[in-house]
Design a binder for this molecule. Structure first.
Ligand SMILES: [Mn+2]
Length: 342
């Protein structure tokens, strides 16, 4: 449900009273997460407030141009997020692009029962997973990106959208819609993109900065993933896996895995793509993508599949972290996917 103008204005009045707002987003932040963080920080600074934008673990380097000359805390230096939040002494907390305690580690204890407990908290999000991370919410599951909710909020509140914020929100909108290719690319998304273009964002230049600057390590990791491709279920499911030796051989890190799960969606007949990333602690990170339903493709809700393993996400993009060996986790997830109609 879209959020009402009254609700946007009421919460704009609330954040205007905050002098030291703490801005948080989910772990392994994507383009939407960092885009919202950069844009909201600029908007909250308008009337003299001093926000702190904190990333709980390092963001992919590809987005660093968004905060060039104006760093986001936690992107360039190793920090202890709860200690950093305490030192900042915030008077309000804005949680962006997630409502999941698991996604906010190591800040969830701080928010739930630590110093953050007594602070006013607003969460802005478009995901289905809903933990009580805040006391006020701007939730719109019909929004293709949280950046769209930030843009709507700015419009309702009358906050001007500077060039840097327009770039950041365009990155959020474009990355969460696969650069306007996924099925969540609706009229509202494209209208918002037009508005951001009018504010100075150039989608082609942003695409070039984000995607045409890969490190060789990342492309080698893609090749390693593709080399493990299996197509069970008569080619309807694509499965790839990455193990520590792949990262080592490619010289890549876990932040280099983003979007690799999408590669097999190019294959004719593939309905669901599954990427399994084994970390050194023996936990398997499961990423899932699915085709939108059509005459030939049934509706496969992978968010429900991910939820069965303690994860979450959207109906077409979801994930979970599962304890176990690669083979055991693969078997369990494939069984769930088959049961879900894949
Ligand atoms: Mn998002």
């Amino acid at each position: 449900m879209p959020i009402s103008q009254d609700e946007f204005r009421r919460l704009a009045d609330t954040v205007a009273t905050w002098r030291r707002p703490l801005l948080l987003t989910h772990a392994r932040p994507d383009g939407d997460a960092v885009g919202c963080l950069v844009a909201m920080r600029a908007m909250l600074r308008r009337d003299g407030a001093e926000p702190l934008a904190l990333i709980v673990n390092a963001a992919a380097d590809r987005y660093a141009f968004l905060w060039e000359g104006d760093p986001i805390t936690g992107t360039a230096e190793a920090i202890d997020p709860p200690a950093r939040a305490d030192a900042f002494a915030p008077d309000g907390v804005l949680v962006l692009d997630t409502c999941s305690y698991a996604q906010l580690e190591p800040m969830s204890h701080w928010l739930r029962s630590g110093p953050g407990r007594g602070l006013p908290k607003i969460a802005l999000d478009h995901h289905i997973t809903r933990d009580p991370v805040a006391d006020e919410y701007l939730i719109d599951e019909s929004a293709s990106a949280s950046a769209l909710i930030v843009l709507d909020w700015a419009t309702a509140a009358g906050w001007p959208i500077e060039r840097r914020s327009a770039d950041a929100l365009m990155v959020g909108l474009a990355t969460d819609t696969g650069w306007f290719r996924y099925s969540n690319t609706d009229a509202r998304t494209l209208t918002a993109a037009a508005r951001l273009a009018e504010c100075g964002a150039v989608a082609a230049a942003l695409y070039d900065k984000i995607y045409n600057c890969e490190k060789p390590e990342r492309v080698r990791l893609e090749a390693a993933a593709v080399s493990t491709l299996e197509l069970p279920g008569d080619g309807r499911i694509a499965v790839m896996s990455l193990q520590p030796h792949h990262f080592h051989a490619a010289g890549a890190t876990e932040s280099d895995t983003s979007d690799i799960v999408n590669i097999p969606m190019r294959i004719d007949g593939v309905r669901v793509s599954l990427l399994l990333v084994v970390d050194t602690a023996g936990v398997v990170r499961v990423s899932l993508r699915s085709m939108p339903p059509s005459d030939v493709v049934p509706d496969i809700n992978i968010a429900e599949v991910a939820a069965a393993f303690g994860g979450g996400g959207h109906s077409r993009a979801a994930g979970a972290r599962v304890q176990g060996s690669l083979e055991a986790v693969k078997k369990r997830v494939l069984a769930k996917l088959c049961a879900a109609g894949a």
